[in-house]
Design a protein around this ligand. Structure first.
Ligand code: ADP
Length: 270
C-alpha cells in the first residue's frame, strides 16, 4: 500500500532470467496483530463471566442455609450464563464471517425483503420493551450480496436501537438509493452516543458504558459484525447521534443496477 515493508526474494531461472518475488509484509504483520488482539480480547471477555459464575457458586455454597440468598445467587448465575452464551454465540459469528467471503454465496437480494426479515427477528423483543418498529423501506431496491449476512447486519442495528431506547419510543427503518448505493437506516429516539464514543462504537468489544451494556446483555461485538459484513459487500456503515435524542445507523451497499437474471439473459443473447 505504499507505506509498508516489502520483502523481496531474488532467484534465477536459467541463465538470463531473474525471478523477483515481492511480498507486502506490513499487511501480513497487521493481520497477525489483529488476530492476536482478538484472541487476547476474547480471553479477557470470557474470563469476566466465568469468574463471576465461579464466585457466585462459591458464595452460594457458603449461604446454603439461607434459601432467600440461595435463590438470589441462582438468579444472578442464570443471568451471567445467559450473557456468557450470547457472548460465545457472537464470537463464533464474528470468526465465521471473518473466515469466509460474504460474496461467495451471493445473489440478487431485495433490501425490502432484508428489512422485513430483520424486523421480524426483533419484533418480539421490541413488543416486550414497548417499542414500535416502523418499516418505511422502499420495495424496489436490489443489491448483490449474501442475504442471510445482510439480515444479520440490519438485525444487529435494530436490536441495538431497541436495546438503547426507552419504552413507548419508535424505531424507524428507511431505505433509499443514493450515489450508486442502497442505504438502509435505523433511527431511534434513544439515549444517543457522545461524539468521542461514536468514533469507537465499531471497534470489537467497545461498549460505551460497560456496566449498562452488560446489564442489557451486550458483548460489544454487534457493530463490529455489522461493519465486517458491510465491508465484505464493498459497502460501509456509519452512525450519527445526539446524546439524549437518538441515533441513526446507516448501512450502505452498492446498488445492483442490472438485475442478475436480466444480465444473464443479455449474455445468452449476445
Ligand atoms: P453491544 O453488544 O454492547 O450492544 P455493539 O457493538 O452492538 O455492542 O455496540 C457497541 C456500543 O455502542 C454499545 O455497547 C452501546 O453502548 C453503543 N450503541 C450501539 N447502538 C446504539 C444505539 N442505537 N443507541 C445508543 N448506543 C448504542
Amino acid at each position: 500500500d505504499g507505506t509498508g515493508i516489502i520483502s523481496v526474494k531474488i532467484g534465477t531461472i536459467g541463465a538470463d532470467h531473474v525471478l523477483l518475488l515481492a511480498d507486502d509484509l506490513t499487511r501480513a504483520t497487521r493481520v497477525e496483530a489483529t488476530r492476536r488482539d482478538f484472541v487476547a480480547n476474547v480471553s479477557h471477555e470470557l474470563k469476566t463471566p466465568v469468574g463471576a459464575l465461579a464466585l457466585l457458586a462459591e458464595t452460594m455454597e457458603d449461604a446454603a442455609d439461607d434459601p432467600v440468598a440461595v435463590r438470589r445467587f441462582a438468579q444472578r448465575m442464570q443471568s451471567e450464563s445467559t450473557r456468557l452464551s450470547s457472548l460465545v454465540r457472537e464470537i463464533i459469528e464474528l470468526s465465521r464471517i471473518q473466515g469466509s467471503s460474504a460474496l461467495r454465496d451471493a445473489d440478487e437480494v431485495s433490501m425490502a425483503d432484508v428489512a422485513e426479515q430483520a424486523i421480524a427477528v426483533n419484533q418480539t423483543v421490541a413488543e416486550g420493551a414497548g417499542i414500535r418498529l416502523v418499516n418505511q423501506a422502499l420495495d424496489d431496491l436490489l443489491v448483490y450480496g449474501n442475504r442471510s449476512m445482510l439480515i444479520t447486519a440490519l438485525s444487529n442495528l435494530i436490536a441495538n436501537a431497541v436495546t438503547y431506547s426507552p419504552e413507548s419510543s419508535t424505531v424507524t427503518i428507511r431505505s433509499r438509493r443514493h450515489n450508486g448505493m442502497i442505504e438502509v437506516s435505523v433511527s431511534d429516539q434513544g439515549m444517543g452516543i457522545s461524539p468521542e464514543d461514536l468514533e469507537r462504537v465499531f471497534e470489537r468489544f467497545f461498549r460505551v458504558d460497560k456496566a449498562r451494556s452488560r446489564a442489557r446483555g451486550g458483548s460489544g461485538l454487534g457493530l463490529a459484525i455489522v461493519k465486517h459484513i458491510a465491508n465484505d459487500h464493498g459497502g460501509s456503515v456509519n452512525a450519527q447521534s445526539v446524546l439524549d435524542a437518538g441515533s441513526t445507523f446507516t448501512l450502505q451497499i452498492p446498488e445492483l443496477s442490472v438485475p442478475v437474471a436480466a444480465g444473464a439473459r443479455m449474455k445468452e443473447n449476445s
